[in-house]
Design a protein around this ligand. Structure first.
Ligand SMILES: Nc1ncnc2c1ncn2[C@@H]1O[C@H](COP(=O)(O)OP(=O)(O)O)[C@@H](O)[C@H]1O
Ligand SMILES: [Mg+2]
Length: 244
């Protein structure tokens, strides 16, 4: 059984059908990069997997649990940590408290244990010195690294990352990508929407290309940048468009 099974999912907003009978599976291994033109349904897919959007037809199972059942949403969100393009940390709390809040509230972890774990992850993302800082005292890259640390606090089985570097300048982008690369090397499973093709080449094991709510390509990264690109004019054009 795959960790995430998306089965014949249809999702519409009013008259606009965003996902059309969409199916894909993800195992709990490696990094999958999801690319495709803007407005094609990438964010919608991630949000449906995490139960942030309801689906109209089909089903999504995370570790065998359907997103269609309300009682499953909490465990699904614990298993799939999600980080967005711009993450706002809770502004009234310092960084340490941002990290410890959910484990204490949702997992019943003690404060001392949660703080120890938070410092472990802050160290991992290179921001141990920022535990007392608040959202507005951090750069965009630091905010994203803290958001990733906060997601890791819940021991997710997979991270869903939606264009986590697209609001950042190049220097901050590279610090966040380096972090993701090191997490990937440690075996953290990720499903990332990104247009960072250097990252995709070096870190992804699998690349999905989505177009108009359907999966146009699903191959290894190596195959994607060679055979698929050579044989698929649309994909080649898209890669040229994003400067690859
Ligand atoms: N909450 C919403 N209400 C109405 N339309 C939406 C909503 N969210 C997304 N859409 C539309 O669905 C389509 C797919 O959006 P999205 O999944 O964000 O695409 P992508 O992430 O690939 O750029 C777009 O046309 C977008 O305008
Ligand atoms: Mg999007």
């Amino acid at each position: 059984m795959a960790m995430i099974e998306v089965k014949n999912v249809t999702k519409s907003y009013g008259d606009l059908t965003v996902l059309k009978n969409f199916s894909v599976d993800f195992d709990q291994t490696g990094v999958t990069v999801l690319i495709g033109p803007s407005g094609t349904g990438k964010s919608t897919l991630l949000r449906c997997i995490n139960g942030l959007e309801t689906i109209d037809d089909g089903d999504i199972l995370v570790n065998g649990r359907s997103v269609r059942q309300k009682k499953n949403l909490k465990p699904i969100r614990l298993e799939c940590g999600m980080v967005f393009q711009q993450t706002v940390l809770f502004p009234q709390m310092d960084v340490l408290h941002n990290l410890t809040m959910s484990p204490i509230k949702l997992q019943g972890v003690s404060k001392a244990e949660a703080e120890e774990k938070a410092r472990f992850y802050l160290d991992k993302v290179g921001l141990l010195s920022k535990e007392k800082s608040r959202h507005n005292e951090l750069s965009g890259g630091e905010q994203q690294r803290i958001a990733i640390a906060r997601a890791l606090m819940m021991n997710p089985k997979a991270l869903l990352l939606d264009e986590v570097t697209s609001a950042l300048d190049p220097e901050m982008t590279s610090e966040v990508l380096k972090l993701l690369e090191s997490l990937a090397a440690e075996g953290v499973c990720m499903l990332c929407v990104t247009h960072e093709m250097q990252f995709a080449r070096h870190v992804a094991s699998r690349i999905l290309f989505m177009e108009k709510g359907s999966l146009a390509s699903d191959t290894s990264a190596e195959e994607f940048f060679t055979t698929v690109r050579q044989n698929n004019e649309r994909i080649n054009k898209f890669l040229q468009f994003i400067g690859e």
